[in-house]
Design a protein around this ligand. Structure first.
Ligand SMILES: Cc1cc2nc3c(=O)[nH]c(=O)nc-3n(C[C@H](O)[C@H](O)[C@H](O)COP(=O)(O)OP(=O)(O)OC[C@H]3O[C@@H](n4cnc5c(N)ncnc54)[C@H](O)[C@@H]3O)c2cc1C
Length: 383
């Protein structure tokens, strides 16, 4: 067993940490307050090769691995939850399915610009009536001649306003047993009939772009089916498995930011003539935070290692996402408590960390759904 990162992984982590400290963290408060998507930051991230870390150079990527990408998400998330979410969605949800399932032509045409950071990736799975039960999609794709005509509605989709294409899942028929066939389509965002509706008022990750997507007779050529037809269900399950490792890393980054702020504050804030960090009640909170974050990081890195080594990682990704997201929320909550009244004020970042962290328990499968996935993986019968 080897617990150390490779030289390349350390180099990428240090480079991203430096960039995130200098370029992302100083803007995080403003991004949250204004809700403005930090597009300039993404241009710089593209120039640094961060948008294509886990993809081969022949597809515009940096030729790194999942572990390096996960370390990048953690560092970016630690600096700014909004930027971290858009980054994770762009790479894990927008670009990765094209790399995993796309044809060679689709990779050249659609993955290369994403990996180079010329556009942001987006993935439209969720619908108003199909969230946790994403297979319950009502969006339909009908083949007419050599073109699919897509009709439906997607909600809470990340990055669409800054994407040239969005991957959309839709029902394109039924099999002999009457079961829905689902396919994924690469849909250009400037397609006729596609409307990107205004952003939602969110509790956290306010600078991350989240939109509604309405598709009314949107036509795409047959060749825009991602990889093979009728494989959309399998494709989105695999995509979510990978995405969960990145959401876990994002949660870890936010949790670490909250923990480090609490540790520093506990060493300077004095009450009863002593720094509050000398009180056992505060020390125990910090000790629990440090332990849980350490455990979360081990779970995340193991899941990333399994993926990189082409071993099954579904259960470990679900466990890492579940534990890291709940750990992050707890750490942010405890950090706020350690900051007392100051933690409740907007001028400190703690309340932002808490608002941002909460999403990690919901997006890419809620905590309840992670428990369901784990239960199935360990052999519990289907309910
Ligand atoms: C900021 C943000 C960004 C997002 N970005 C994207 C994106 O880019 N692309 C995309 O496709 N989606 C995106 N989503 C959607 C997200 O993935 C869904 O919100 C999530 O999957 C949960 O679906 P739901 O909100 O419809 O909740 P529901 O499925 O309605 O769940 C409601 C509650 O019921 C519980 N529940 C549901 N089913 C079960 C069950 N079988 N057993 C036990 N409990 C259950 C849930 O855990 C939850 O507590 C985003 C959401 C947000 C808030």
């Amino acid at each position: 067993m080897n617990f150390s990162f490779t030289k390349e992984q350390r180099m990428i982590r240090d480079m991203v940490r430096d960039f995130a400290t200098k370029e992302i963290a100083p803007k995080a408060e403003e991004v949250d307050r204004t809700g403005e998507f930090p597009i300039e930051t993404f241009h710089k991230m593209g120039e640094l090769g961060l948008m294509g870390i886990p993809f081969p150079e022949e597809y515009g990527g940096s030729g790194g691995d999942t572990m390096s990408y996960i370390l990048a998400v953690e560092e970016i998330g630690k600096a700014c939850g909004s930027t971290g979410l858009s980054y994770a969605a762009a790479v894990s949800l927008g670009a990765s399915p094209i790399y995993a399932f796309g044809t060679e032509k689709q990779k050249q045409e659609h993955l290369v610009p994403l990996a180079k950071g010329e556009s942001l990736g987006a993935f439209g799975l969720t619908e108003p009536n199909a969230g946790s039960d994403a297979g319950g999609t009502r969006t339909k794709a009908e083949l007419k001649g050599d073109r699919y005509v897509i009709n439906g509605e997607k909600c809470w989709i990340t990055n669409t306003s800054f994407a040239r294409t969005v991957i959309v899942t839709a029902v394109n028929g039924v099999d002999k047993k009457g079961k829905k066939k689902i396919s994924a389509f690469i849909v250009p965002t400037d397609s006729k009939g596609l409307t990107i509706r205004s952003e939602y008022e969110k509790m956290g990750v306010k600078g991350s772009n989240t939109t509604e997507l309405v598709l009314e007779d949107v036509e795409v050529p047959e060749e825009n089916i991602l990889g093979d037809a009728d494989k959309g269900f399998h494709q989105f399950l695999y995509t979510l498995d990978g995405g969960r490792i990145s959401i876990a890393a994002l949660a870890l980054g936010i949790g670490r930011a909250a923990y480090e702020a609490a540790l520093a504050y506990s060493q300077e804030r004095k009450q009863f003539g002593k720094v509050i960090g000398s009180f056992q009640a505060i020390q125990f909170k910090l000790a629990d935070m440090a332990m849980e974050l350490e455990l979360a990081s081990n779970m995340i890195y193991k899941a990333a290692w399994l993926k990189d080594n082409k071993k099954p990682f579904k259960k470990e990704a679900a466990m890492a996402k579940l534990f890291a997201s709940e750990t992050a929320t707890r750490a942010c909550n405890q950090s706020l408590q350690i900051h007392g009244g100051y933690g409740y004020m907007r001028e400190y970042s703690i309340e932002r960390y808490l608002r941002d962290a909460k999403l990690m328990e919901i997006g890419e499968g809620t905590s309840e759904i992670q428990r369901l996935v784990i239960a199935r993986e360990i052999g519990c019968p289907k309910s």
